[in-house]
Design a protein around this ligand. Structure first.
Ligand SMILES: Cc1ncc(C[n+]2csc(CCOP(=O)(O)OP(=O)(O)O)c2C)c(N)n1
Ligand SMILES: [Mg+2]
Length: 370
C-alpha cells in the first residue's frame, strides 16, 4: 500500500515595508492611507517617549520595575489599529502598551501598575482591554473563554491576545490554542516574537523553525510577519480579525520583532546578548523605517519631527504627573478589602504591619512602627 501524505503545511512570511523604508505598493494596496501612517507614526513617537520616561522613573526610584516596550511599537500599534475600539477586546501581556492606550486605557494607569498601585489595573467603562498580565501565558486562556462567550452570545466581537515567544512553551498556550480551534472561537493569537525570553534565546527555547508553525497543529490560519513593519502587522491582523468576526474562527500571527531594551529594569541584557546582534536590530527599528518612508514620500520633515517630539515630551510629563499625583493607597487596604472579617492574627498584622512568622520589623518593610 503506498504511503500517502496525511498532512502538509506551510508558513508564509509577510513584509510590506522593508528596513530601508521601501514599500511594496501592490501588497500595501487597501491597507493604510497616508493620513493613517502619519497619525500612527506620530503616535509611535509618543509611545516611545512615554516608554523611555518610565525607564528613567524607575532609575530615579520612582517606579518599582518596568518592562520596556522599545522596538515593538509597530507590532502593538499595527495590530491595535486593526481591532475596533470599544467592540473588540485586547487581552495583553505587558509589552503592548501602545495598543492598550490606543483603545482607551489611560497611559498613567500603566505607570501606576508598575509603581505597585493596583488601581492601575482598573478598566474604565467602555474600554475593552484587560489588565496587564505578568504570569506568562495565563491571559490566552482568558481570551479564549471571552471569545467563546462572544460566539455563544452571537456578538460580532473579536479578542486579540498578546504573548511572547517564551509563552508558547507553556502548557496554557497549547490548551488555549486547542480550545479556540476545537470551538472555533473568534480569537486572534498574536505572538510578539522578540527573540528572547529574559536571557533564553528563541533557538534554545524551542526547536521549531518558526513560532507560527505551532498553529498548524491546531489547524489555524497562521502567518509570520515582519513585526517591525506597520503595514504587514496591520494587514495580517485586520484579515485575521475580520475573518474571526465573520465566523471564520481563530487565527495565529507571529510578529518577528526584537526587544531593544533589557527584559525589565531588573535585568542587564549586556550580560547575555551580543552587542552586534542588538546593533543589527537597532537598524530595523520600526520608527526609523517609517520615518524614512514618510520623508521619501514628502509627508514628513524635520520640523514635523520636532513638533511630534515636543508633543511626546509633554504627554510623557503629563503621564508622570497623573500617576504620581494620585493619593497613594493606604497600606491597610489589603486587610480591609480582602477579608470580610479578619482573624486576631491578621488584626495584629494590620496594626503593626509585621508578621510574627517572619519576625519582620516594620522598618524592614519601609514602614513606620506603630
Ligand atoms: C508562569 C510564569 N512563569 C515564569 C515567569 C517568569 N518570567 C517572566 S517574563 C518571562 C519570559 C517571557 O518571555 P516571552 O514570553 O518571550 O515574553 P517577553 O518578556 O520576551 O516579551 C518569564 C519566564 C512568569 N512571569 N510566569
Ligand atoms: Mg520574548
Amino acid at each position: 500500500m503506498p504511503i500517502r501524505t496525511a498532512y502538509e503545511g506551510k508558513v508564509e512570511f509577510l513584509q510590506i515595508l522593508d528596513e530601508n523604508g521601501v514599500l511594496d505598493e501592490s501588497l500595501a494596496k487597501g491597507t493604510l492611507s497616508d493620513d493613517d501612517v502619519v497619525e500612527l507614526y506620530t503616535y509611535m513617537v509618543k509611545c516611545r517617549a512615554v516608554d523611555e520616561t518610565a525607564f528613567k522613573l524607575q532609575r530615579a526610584k520612582r517606579m518599582g520595575t518596568y518592562p520596556q516596550n522599545k522596538g515593538q511599537e509597530a507590532a502593538a500599534i499595527g495590530s491595535g489599529f486593526a481591532a475596533r475600539r470599544g467592540v473588540d477586546w485586547l487581552v495583553p501581556c505587558y509589552r503592548e502598551n501602545a495598543a492598550l492606550w490606543m483603545h482607551g486605557q489611560p497611559m498613567h494607569y500603566v505607570f501606576m501598575y508598575w509603581m505597585g498601585d493596583e488601581r492601575g489595573s482598573q478598566i474604565p467603562e467602555g474600554v475593552c482591554t484587560l489588565p496587564l498580565c505578568v504570569p506568562i501565558g495565563t491571559q490566552m486562556l482568558h481570551a479564549t473563554g471571552m471569545a467563546w462567550a462572544f460566539k455563544m452570545r452571537k456578538e460580532p466581537r473579536v479578542c486579540i491576545t498578546y504573548f511572547g515567544d517564551g509563552a508558547t512553551s507553556e502548557g496554557d498556550f497549547h490548551e488555549a490554542m486547542n480550545f479556540a480551534s476545537a470551538f472555533q472561537v473568534p480569537c486572534v493569537f498574536f505572538c510578539q516574537n522578540n527573540q528572547w525570553a529574559i536571557s533564553v534565546p528563541r533557538e534554545q527555547q524551542m526547536n521549531s523553525a518558526t513560532v507560527a508553525q505551532k498553529a498548524l497543529a491546531y489547524d489555524m490560519p497562521t502567518t509570520q510577519v515582519d513585526g517591525n513593519d506597520l503595514f504587514a502587522v496591520y494587514k495580517a491582523t485586520r484579515d485575521a480579525v475580520e475573518r474571526a468576526r465573520s465566523g471564520g474562527g481563530p487565527a495565529f500571527i507571529e510578529a518577528v520583532t526584537y526587544r531593544l531594551a533589557d527584559h525589565t529594569t531588573a535585568d542587564d541584557a549586556r550580560r547575555y546578548r551580543d552587542a552586534q546582534e542588538v546593533d543589527a536590530w537597532m537598524g530595523k527599528d520600526p520608527l526609523i523605517r517609517l520615518r524614512k518612508y514618510l520623508t521619501a514620500k514628502g509627508l514628513w520633515d524635520d520640523a514635523k519631527q520636532a513638533a511630534a517630539d515636543e508633543v511626546a515630551k509633554q504627554t510623557a510629563s503629563e503621564v508622570v504627573r497623573s500617576a504620581e499625583g494620585i493619593t497613594p493607597p493606604v497600606a491597610t487596604d489589603m486587610f480591609d478589602y480582602t477579608f470580610e472579617s479578619i482573624t486576631p492574627e491578621l488584626e495584629t498584622q494590620r496594626a503593626t504591619m509585621r508578621t510574627h512568622s517572619l519576625g519582620q520589623r516594620p522598618q524592614q518593610a519601609g514602614l513606620a512602627a506603630h
